[in-house]
Ligand binder design. Structure first.
Ligand SMILES: NC(=O)C1=CN([C@@H]2O[C@H](COP(=O)(O)OP(=O)(O)OC[C@H]3O[C@@H](n4cnc5c(N)ncnc54)[C@H](O)[C@@H]3O)[C@@H](O)[C@H]2O)C=CC1
Ligand SMILES: CC(=O)[C@](C)(O)C(=O)O
Ligand SMILES: [Mg+2]
Ligand SMILES: [Mg+2]
Length: 347
């Protein structure tokens, strides 16, 4: 394990140098990896594992849209594509990649196939950490491990195909076989991660739920909405409000942050912008700090889990989510965005 210094704090990191793909294949050569669920993470991980030379099968509900998607991706019924129970029976490693609510619904079915020595794999600490609410309590004689790619399954696949990768965090909750560590490291490399950061199931889920509700998804949209609405109220046109709120951010500035950090982005903007941004960040930090604190408490108390489970266990949860996404899409800001995107100069 490499020890890497992150801004003055040392952390354990597994690297491809110490755990190359050939070693991962050797560790898993006698295993059948059953990917249960073919939503977003399922396809990304299953296809990367398959292309990396592992023995992979997919388990998915028949007569579903995602079954058809699996067929279109080259999984063959009866050979590499099965219904969920059959895949669980065949797999020695069960990658439980149903939605977090779906994992609860299917748990009693899947549990039957978790015989001694198998490994149960998650990409989120949700089911195990909130076990009082999920009822997901694995038998003691199996390994329970986690690889959580730090991004969408779509990006995991795209970056793999581009010869790059997404990094992941990993955790071991239960090591019944003495092989949990080599299994989890091999799977992490196998799904296409370059580096594996050590964590626990609880830390993974607390930080992940905070991040997606916060700066990665929830907070960013909230801040965009607030600024856009203000500019419109003050008489700015939709295109101007959108450009100064979203377009410049996604097309120019955030790319500079990704490349070389915030100071690099600032340094490539005017000294006028730098003066103002360096001053105003303090106000924004102080204004949002209490909201982030409230969010973390809601995660750690299990309230966010409760809300998610309740909503996403309804039979029409997808239609409801789609309706809310359509409301976002149809807002003036994102309709303006649609037009602005179509006007991006192309060579
Ligand atoms: N979406 C992503 O890119 C990321 C997801 N994760 C985690 O990976 C896991 C899988 O997430 P996603 O791929 O987003 O899931 P998803 O919401 O796309 O669902 C995955 C599959 O579960 C099936 N499913 C849902 N409810 C079911 C039920 N009641 N019975 C049978 N099948 C059911 C769906 O048909 C789908 O094939 C979750 O633990 C999630 O938190 C982690 C990192 C990123
Ligand atoms: C893509 C990811 O890692 C998220 C945002 O946490 C998720 O999809 O749950
Ligand atoms: Mg995440
Ligand atoms: Mg998440």
């Amino acid at each position: 394990m490499a020890v890497i210094n992150f801004g003055g704090v040392e952390e354990n990191v597994v690297t491809r140098e110490e755990f190359p793909l050939a070693k991962a294949r050797e560790v898993l050569k006698n295993e059948t990896i059953a990917i249960i669920g073919y939503g977003v993470q399922g396809p990304g991980q299953a296809l990367n594992l398959r292309d990396n030379g592992f023995n992979v099968i997919v388990g998915q509900r028949k007569n579903s849209k995602t079954w058809d998607k699996a067929v279109a991706d080259g999984w063959v019924e009866g050979k590499t594509l099965f219904d969920i129970e059959e895949a669980c029976a065949k797999g020695t490693i069960i990658q439980y990649l149903l939605s977090d609510a779906g994992q609860i619904a299917l748990w009693d079915t899947v549990k039957k196939y978790l015989t001694a020595g198998k490994a149960l794999y998650f990409s989120h600490g949700f089911g195990i950490t909130f076990k009082e609410q999920t009822g997901i309590i694995p038998p003691a004689d199996i390994d329970v491990i986690l690889i959580a790619p730090k991004g969408s399954g779509t990006s995991l696949r795209r970056l793999f195909l581009a010869g790059e990768g997404l990094n992941s965090s990993y955790a071991i909750y239960q090591d019944a076989t003495g092989r949990a560590k080599e299994r989890v490291h091999a799977l992490g490399i196998g799904v296409g991660s370059g580096y594996l950061f050590e964590t626990t199931f609880q830390k993974e889920v607390y930080s992940d739920l905070t991040g997606e509700r916060g700066t990665l998804m929830g907070a960013i949209e909230g801040i965009f909405e607030a600024q856009y609405a203000l500019l419109r109220e003050k008489g700015h046109s939709p295109s101007e409000a959108f450009n100064e709120t979203v377009e410049e951010f996604t097309q120019s500035l955030i790319k500079l942050v990704a490349e070389n950090g915030m100071d690099w982005m600032y340094a490539n903007c005017s000294t006028t912008a730098q003066r103002g941004a360096l001053d105003w960040r303090h106000k924004f930090r102080e204004a949002t700090a209490p909201v982030f604190r409230e969010l973390y408490e809601s995660v750690a108390s299990g309230k966010e889990a409760e809300i998610t489970i309740k909503a996403n266990s309804q039979p029409d949860y997808r239609e409801k989510l789609e309706k809310e996404l359509a409301d976002l899409r149809n807002s003036e800001m994102w309709q303006t965005g649609r037009v602005v995107r179509s006007l991006r100069p192309k060579s």
